[in-house]
Design a protein around this ligand. Structure first.
Ligand code: PLP
Length: 390
């Protein structure tokens, strides 16, 4: 039996059959079962912040597991306490953290938190992706994801992303929260116009609603800042809720719902819970990620290398637009994006298409200059090959 047949016989068909069976990784490189090497520009979908098999994560996880692997939320652990303190410090505000195991769970907890305002209406945006559990799905706009599972909870108004006036018009005195990705990820790396987050903050303040920023994809250095709302384009906006996951654990599952100011006190004993959330091993991995980002200067590295990639890849005439910040990059193509992904794979590069003409790059923050140069050197040949195969 091939591995594909084993996959198809034993795993639910929620993702389609994968293209490769990967067996090991190092830095931004992975190898498949045939020994072929790839440079990984997807990074586990913006998760492997430190790449693959990073010694700091291996050491942190191994060391923690050797002393205390899991305790449940009946007990505290040192990594959990330290991680909460560190995240609040990076956000530069008073608040409280609830740890989860994934992005959708972080958003689920945040959604419940917003109900504690006594209001139920939420404003979300077209193109948004917040996860697949029922609550997060209610805030996710794509009809194909939502419709098979309706009715979904909540009263949700979707407004066009980036349109400050439409957002302000949708917020009322019944609105519990406005939920936004500071840069939309699954929609193909959509950067809102300058002033958008500030306008959202103002609309929330005008009606006593919470501003909830979903930084599951954009957070933890991805955009060259700790959080995308801290980029200069974020204009110093302070949200009420921040949700995190993906890069936080560098590949070990962990998410966080962070309530800032009064929002940190809305969930009370008995309101919410999770068995694994805040697990010491996951928190130790996250601390290793944060420490390594600081020690290796990965925020500046992500900003600089992202610009190099956007400029270099954007030079080809078949790239009609480049978008993004840091190592969260969207490329709009005049050729078929899925064919480009297939051609790139044949050339030894893992890329991702978020739509028929859109490529997303969210590589490890430890991607080297040489890794970036290798894609830029092969780019024209990859695009040529995609046109032949399309
Ligand atoms: N929120 C955003 C912005 C995301 O990009 C994602 C995943 O792509 C999620 C939430 C859901 O996270 P998870 O897949 O860990 O549940």
């Amino acid at each position: 039996m091939t591995w594909q047949q084993r996959y198809e016989s034993n795993l639910m068909n929620t993702f389609g059959t994968p293209k490769l069976l990967l067996t090991r990784g190092e830095g931004a490189h992975v190898w498949d079962a045939d020994g072929k090497e790839y440079v990984d520009f997807l990074g586990g979908i913006a998760v492997n912040a430190l790449g693959h098999a990073h010694p700091a994560i291996v050491e942190a996880v191994t060391g923690q597991l050797q002393s205390l692997g899991h305790v449940s939320n009946f007990f505290a652990s040192e990594p959990q306490l330290t991680l909460a303190e560190r995240l609040l410090g990076l956000l530069g505000a008073e608040g409280r953290v609830f740890f989860t195991n994934s992005g959708t769970e972080a958003n689920e907890a945040a959604f419940k938190l917003t109900r504690r305002t006594g209001r139920t209406h939420v404003v979300a945006t077209e193109g948004a992706f917040h996860g697949r559990t029922m609550g997060a799905l209610a805030l996710t706009s794509k009809a194909a994801y939502r419709e098979p599972f309706e009715p979904l909870p909540g009263t949700v108004t979707f407004v066009p992303y980036g349109d400050a006036a439409a957002l302000a018009a949708a917020v009322t005195d019944d609105t519990a929260a406005v939920v936004l990705e500071p840069i939309q990820g699954e929609a193909g790396v959509r950067v809102p116009p300058a002033g958008y987050l500030a306008a959202a903050r103002q609309a929330c303040d005008d009606h006593g609603a919470l501003l909830w920023l979903d930084e599951v994809q954009t957070g933890i250095g991805r955009t060259g800042a700790w959080f995308a709302h801290q980029l200069s384009s974020g204009q110093g906006v302070t949200p009420d809720i921040v949700t995190l996951a993906k890069g936080l654990g560098g590949g070990i599952p962990i998410g966080a719902t962070i309530g800032l100011g009064k929002a940190g006190a809305l969930l009370e004993p008995g309101n919410h819970g999770t068995t694994f959330g805040g697990n010491p091993v996951a928190c130790a991995a996250a601390l290793a990620v944060l420490d390594t980002i600081v020690k290796d200067g990965l925020l500046d590295h992500a900003s600089a290398l992202g610009k190099t990639l956007r400029d270099g890849l954007g030079e080809d005439a078949r790239v009609s637009e480049t978008r993004g910040e840091g190592l969260m990059i969207g490329l709009e193509l005049t050729v078929d994006a899925p064919s480009v992904v297939a051609a790139a794979m044949a050339h030894g590069f893992i890329l991702n298409a978020t739509g028929p003409s859109t490529i997303r790059l969210v590589p490890p923050l430890v991607l080297t200059d040489a890794d970036a140069q290798s894609l830029m050197a092969a780019w024209a040949a990859i695009l040529d090959a995609s046109e032949v195969s399309a």
